[in-house]
Design a protein around this ligand. Sequence first.
Ligand code: 5AD
Ligand code: SF4
Length: 436
Amino acid sequence: MSDPKKLFVKTYGCQMNVYDSERMSEALGGVGYVTTDSPDEADMILLNTCHIREKAAEKVYSELGRLKPLKAEKPDLKIGVAGCVAQAEGAEIQRRQPLVDLVVGPQSYHRLPKMAESLAEGAKVLDTEFPEEDKFDHLARRPKAGRGPTAFLTVQEGCDKFCAFCVVPYTRGAEVSRPAGQVLDEARDLVERGVREITLLGQNVNAYHGHEDGLAGLIWALAEIDGLERIRFTTSHPNDMDDALIAAHGECGKLMPYLHLPVQSGSDRILKAMNRKHTAEQYVRLIERIRAARPDLLLSGDFIVGFPGETEADFEDTMALVREVGYGQAYSFKYSTRPGTPAAEKPQIDDGVASDRLQRLQALLSEQQRAAQEAMVGRDVSVLFERAGRMPGQMAGKSEYLQAVHVEGDGIAIGDLRRVRVTASGPNSLSGSVLR
Ligand code: 5AD
Ligand code: SF4
């Protein structure tokens, strides 16, 4: 038998890409590829790309440039671009960087085994269709081998919201939900292999409609699975937080008290220009309702500064909203023009002004994050242990609030779920001791 071929996958961008990379590796596993951590020894390199901001997209071309000497040394090496840049730029990628053998969009990953055959025959391959068949019906079943205690599970793809700055509705297409039965089968499979926490993924996951009772219905059905201890979901739109989902935060013990709920801006004028279809006030009232259901909820969000037309007063509205709401964690970005989106047509604001606002917002958000970390000291949390810690003898895991926690690891195994008393906080992680 010939040696197995080696596959190196580099993942950019969001958690949905992490999930997709895993599924691509499994699909190619079916035709003899094993994964490697080293690009130098790979027979195929796949870049699973992100197109959300210009910087993210440009990274791909720099990486392709860096692969040139390797390809010159190993002409049989196959180089592929997958993900959202593949979907958005298609054939343009091969024109700009001829060393690329394969361009594959996110809806065609189930066809990778066939594509690998064509590549072996020396062909160049481009597939960025939205095929009729459901890729999830055709993707290889995840192998039975054991795995870590946490997993991502994509339940929904695409988005119909058309926020004026965002490429997702164009790259990932219309909103599509996987049927609940298919999701539950995959979840049971994961649990059999040792998974105790599942994060449900979707570009607009709370618009999920593959269960008759929406995302809340799916969460309650998942909660029935013995051995599955924790459920999370990301990422959501405020207008899709329905009553049942809010109630689940208070009533479903397996749904973790952490919510990523982007608002993008605190200015009604900018929210309108962004086509977000809600006001700052509506968002604040929504958060109040969710916190009434689950008072200890840790809230996370996304913000964009420097959106076309944003004035200092608009930006101050964002700062005021952040002060009012209080975030335990957050992501903030400088607006990046995406070709083809409505906002790209608008006059852009000065880059220096946008950078200055980003810095001020990030300072406020870091201060809030630090305060949220410090507020945990002295409290007891439950920690799912995922890996050895940085220091010898330490173990590391995540609390129910998704904060990293380190403990002295005596007698603790990966996959254990234990009560921990938090004794100290740093900006990015907590330390504690396991309660016996
Ligand atoms: N510029 C800057 N940030 C963006 N995001 C999406 N599109 C853009 C853009 N054009 C941010 C939003 C979104 C997150 C995933 O990325 O905050 O919630
Ligand atoms: Fe993009 Fe999210 Fe808006 Fe959809 S809801 S268009 S994914 S920012």
